[in-house]
Design a protein around this ligand. Structure first.
Ligand code: SF4
Length: 295
C-alpha cells in the first residue's frame, strides 16, 4: 500500500495533516462529509458544503485573532513605527463585524442563538490585550522588526510538503530568523493540548527542514498560547523525533487510504463504510447533524 500512497501523493491525492487525521479519528462520517462531499449520493454537494462552512463563536475567535495578528505583522514589514493600539483595536473590531456579518454561525443555525459581533469581540479583545502586554510583543516591536523583510507570515505556497514520497500539509503562522536559526510560531486561542501540540511542533520542524534545509537543532518551533494566559511552549526537537514523525505520517496516511477504493485517484468507499461515532460530544458540536443518520 505504501507504494500506492506515494504514487497518489505525487498525483495530487490524499495529503496528511494533523487536523485531517483528527477528523478521521473523531468520526469517519464527519471526515467523509468534510473531504468527500461530492461522492455522497443522498445529499447535494451544495448542502454539505454549506454545513461545512458553518462557523462557531470559538472558531471565529481563533480565526479573527490569527488574521489581525497576521495583518499587524505585515504592517511592520512596511513600517517600523510602533503600533497605534487604539487604531489596532478599532481595526480588530471592524474585522470582527465584517466576518460575523458574512458567515452563518453553528449556534444560530442549530439553536437560533443570536450571535453578534460584540459577543465574539469580547474575547478577541481580551486575547489581543494579553498579546500586546507580552514580552514577545515587546521584543517584536523593539528588536525583531528590523529584520522584518526576512519574516515569513502565513506562507501560502509552503503548506504542502513531501516526506519519503508522501504528501503532508503544515500551516505555519509566523517564521523569523534569530541569528542562523529559525523560529516558527503558531498562535493558539484554544485550550492547551500538550501532546497534540508537541506533535505539531515536530511537524513544523520537518516542514522547515524540507523547505529551508535546516537541521533540527537550527529550528526553534514554538506554540504561543494566547488564552487563558499568555504562555510559550518551546520544545527541543531531536532528529529522532523527526524520523518518528515521518513514520507516523506514513502510518496514518495508510490508515486513511483503507477507506478508499482507488488510492491513486483518492476515491472513497461508499458513505456507509464510514461509520458514525458513538461519542455524543462530537455529535453535539457537529456541523452535519442535520443530515446525519445519527439524529
Ligand atoms: S452527527 Fe455525530 S455521527 Fe454524525 S457525522 Fe457528526 S459526529 Fe459523526
Amino acid at each position: 500500500m505504501v507504494d500506492d500512497i506515494k504514487k497518489t501523493s505525487h498525483t495530487g491525492g490524499l495529503g496528511w495533516s494533523i487536523s485531517r487525521y483528527d477528523k478521521f479519528l473523531n468520526c469517519k462520517r464527519q471526515y467523509f462529509y468534510d473531504y468527500y462531499a461530492k461522492f455522497d449520493n443522498d445529499v447535494s454537494f451544495e448542502k454539505i458544503q454549506f454545513l461545512k462552512s458553518l462557523t462557531s463563536k470559538a472558531l471565529e475567535v481563533g480565526n479573527i485573532v490569527h488574521d489581525v495578528i497576521r495583518d499587524m505583522l505585515k504592517r511592520y514589514q512596511i513600517s517600523t513605527k510602533p503600533l497605534n493600539k487604539s487604531k489596532f483595536f478599532k481595526y480588530s473590531f471592524d474585522v470582527t463585524k465584517k466576518y460575523c456579518n458574512s458567515k452563518t454561525f453553528f449556534e444560530h443555525y442549530y439553536y437560533k442563538e443570536v450571535v453578534s459581533a460584540y459577543d465574539v469581540y469580547e474575547k478577541i479583545e481580551m486575547i489581543l490585550k494579553k498579546f500586546l502586554d507580552s514580552a514577545r510583543f515587546e521584543w517584536i516591536e523593539k528588536n525583531a522588526i528590523y529584520q522584518s523583510s526576512k519574516w515569513i507570515i502565513e506562507p501560502k505556497n509552503f503548506g504542502e510538503t513531501w516526506i519519503n514520497g508522501c504528501k503532508f500539509f503544515c500551516k505555519v503562522d509566523f517564521l523569523f530568523p534569530i541569528g542562523d536559526k529559525i523560529c516558527i510560531i503558531d498562535w493558539k486561542t484554544g485550550k492547551p493540548d500538550e501532546e497534540k501540540h508537541s506533535r505539531q511542533l515536530t511537524g513544523y520542524s520537518l516542514w522547515a527542514n524540507c523547505h529551508f534545509n535546516k537541521e533540527a537543532y537550527d529550528i526553534i518551533p514554538m506554540i504561543v498560547y494566547l488564552h487563558p494566559q499568555y504562555r510559550e511552549k518551546n520544545v527541543k526537537i531531536e532528529n529522532d523525533a523527526i524520523t518518528e514523525f515521518t513514520n507516523t505520517v506514513l502510518n496514518e496516511t495508510e490508515n486513511m487510504c483503507r477507506y478508499l477504493v482507488d488510492i491513486e485517484k483518492n476515491i472513497p468507499k461508499v458513505k456507509l463504510e464510514f461509520p458514525l461515532t458513538n461519542n455524543v460530544f462530537f455529535c453535539k458540536y457537529c456541523n452535519y447533524k442535520e443530515i446525519c443518520a445519527k439524529n
